[in-house]
Design a protein around this ligand. Sequence first.
Ligand code: HSE
Length: 319
Amino acid sequence: MEPCIKVKIPATSANLGSGFDSLGLSLTMYNYLEVSESDRVVITSTDEAPIPKDEQNLVYKTVKYLYDVCGKPLPGLAIRQTNNVPFARGLGSSSACIVGGLLAANELLHAPMSHEELLNFASTLEGHPDNVAPALLGGLVTAVIEGGKVYHVKQTIKDDLMFAAFIPNFELKTAQARRVIPQEIAHRDAVYNLSRAALMSVSLYTGNYGNLRVACDDRLHQQYRLPLIPGAQDIFRMSYEFGAYASFVSGAGPTVMSIVDTAEFDFEGRANEWLHEHGMTGWRLRMLSIDNRGAAVKRTDAPGHTMEETENSGPHSRP
Ligand code: HSE
């Protein structure tokens, strides 16, 4: 019987406002994959997610990529996807496919690649590391890609924060959201962002949450993207009024992410009430937490039947 590889991949929130293309964190919302070798391509979905069922499928393309890199033929593949991370919402759905596909392929190939190498491949495929790095590693990741190699630091974040994801009912493709960003910026705006990005990562890590509102502010991308996300600025204002530490466009948008202290236990109720009162019924609020663990992978005997775990915590227990 062909081994089946199961992978669990977290959603991510990139940029954190000021850390454009370099900061990202991992959240407690998950996609799942079951992947096994086959004599043909069979792609199914456990939900109604409209995924491509042919060789254009991103998980398939990523598995095939690693097989090609390793010089191993891939006659076919059976993929079963559970997509809880919504598409094109700034929560790392494509990174989840890339990281999941690479981990599954590496496991099917008996782990020829280290996780450092997988991260380099993932960042090259995605074009920037700020979603794939936290998806693979968990926690808060600061990452730079240089010459195809990712230089990064993962930091574990305390569990005294909630991440309020305001997810609209419309998509915003990353390519469209990148087209509206100017090619050149003023020197003072570069300083504005680099100082805040540094403050953002160190403040989150050390628990200096009072810095976050200033630290997440940005002049590189959000002001250009906000016109594509009607309602986002009102959600920023409401979040701060209800006690959020920070509020920013998650990744390329359109989700708005607010960082809230767990002591603000009534934030969710008040925010939902506000959305209702303001007729913003196309937005749903998901209260998430940091995932400090990252993607996990295990080998089983067949889809749906879990056997002994050969590797039960992905990047952190790899022999
Ligand atoms: N850093 C990326 C962007 C994240 O803002 O365009 C989306 O993949």
